[in-house]
Design a binder for this molecule. Structure first.
Ligand code: PBG
Ligand code: ZN
Length: 329
């Protein structure tokens, strides 16, 4: 035979043919949009390393949520910047904490019913030292205590659920947090609140810009004694397994782009809903290239999100949620 019989280009000839055989489709309803709530009114403060991302007072966050809802975005992921920080992260679990107030305000607003309100659960935005758990110091040495942190994390989750969060999402990486949270939720009458655990969260340089946005950089040391080593895929499977045993309803993988293999391995192995978080540094590096005219914003953004979905993520947390939803409309 002179010519190839198999010609894969046949199905690439027209936009309609390509669409017919497309294996992965991005949809606005599988996008989750992160918001950073701060005290005050009419506050809209841009994060210098994250163009288009803001610290928002609750009134502004409601406008942002309404826009997200009108674009068909699936949900919000809330973070908070408290008025004050202390050793016990009291702003994280206070009944009138910034995120608790934000959730109540969102839930009291008409027209947002289709938005799933997810609350991040962690202590680092609320502790004076910026770590995700309780710190025990002995001279120059310090330790991030596991078990005493669990109490505060569980209390935080229950308080956010009581405020009306549709899902709570622990991101601290302490051992045993999912069962501690599940127990506390059930005891506090929130047995219907699902837990989305950041099951495999790697200690990553890509969180840099987030720590500016959430004012949550550790004041000493780093997070390597609790977040995972980026070299370890098998350990990521153990983290997921453990969280599922403890009662996680769904899992989140992060970062996304540098860890597509981990997302794929998780998808192959576990039959729970899996999401991935395209984190702040992934957003910032793309924005930096867009600002220089080096990459086409819309095409590049959609390609990154599609890749994360193709790797196995069913839902995507991304700072590009609004732009992506607009591009997909
Ligand atoms: C808090 C938390 C972090 C992120 C989500 N939850 C930061 C961290 O662990 O330092 C990172 C998100 C991002 O970079 O966009 N534990
Ligand atoms: Zn944290």
């Amino acid at each position: 035979m002179e010519f190839p019989v198999t010609r894969l280009r046949r199905l690439r000839r027209t936009a309609a043919l390509r669409s017919l055989v497309r294996e992965t489709r991005l949809e606005p309803e599988s996008l989750i949009y992160p918001l950073f709530l701060c005290p005050g009114e009419a506050v809209r403060k841009e994060i210098s390393s994250m163009p288009g991302v803001f610290n928002l007072s609750i009134d502004e966050a409601i406008k942002e949520a309404a826009e997200a809802a009108s674009l068909g975005i699936g949900g919000l992921l809330l973070f908070g910047l408290p008025e004050e920080k202390d050793e016990n992260a009291s702003g994280a679990w206070a009944e009138d904490g910034i995120v608790q107030k934000g959730i109540r305000a969102l839930k009291a607003t008409r027209g947002l019913d289709d938005l799933v309100v997810i609350s991040d659960v962690c202590l680092c935005e609320y502790t004076s030292h910026g770590h995700c758990g309780v710190v025990k110091r002995e001279g120059d040495l310090y330790e991030i205590e596991n078990d005493s942190s669990l109490k505060l994390i569980a209390r935080t989750a229950a308080s956010l659920a009581a405020a009306g969060a549709d899902i709570v999402a622990p991101s601290d990486m302490m051992d045993g947090r999912v069962s501690a949270i599940r127990k506390e939720l059930d005891e506090k009458g929130c047995s219907q609140t699902p837990i989305l655990s950041y099951a495999a969260k790697f200690a990553s340089a890509f969180y840099g810009p987030f720590r500016e946005a959430a004012d949550s950089a550790p004041q000493f040391g780093d997070r390597r004694s609790y977040q995972m080593d980026g070299a370890n895929l098998r350990e990521a499977m153990r983290e997921i397994e453990q969280d599922l045993v403890e009662g996680a309803d769904m899992i989140l993988m992060k970062p996304a782009m540098p860890y597509l293999d981990v997302i794929h391995a998780a998808r192959d192995r576990f039959d729970v809903p899996i999401g991935a978080y395209q984190v702040s540094g992934e957003y910032s590096m793309l924005q930096a290239a867009f600002a220089r005219g080096w990459l086409d914003p819309e095409r590049t953004m959609l390609e990154t999100l599609l890749s994360i979905q193709r790797a196995g993520a069913g839902f995507l947390v991304t700072y590009f949620a609004k732009q992506a939803a607009r591009a997909l409309a």
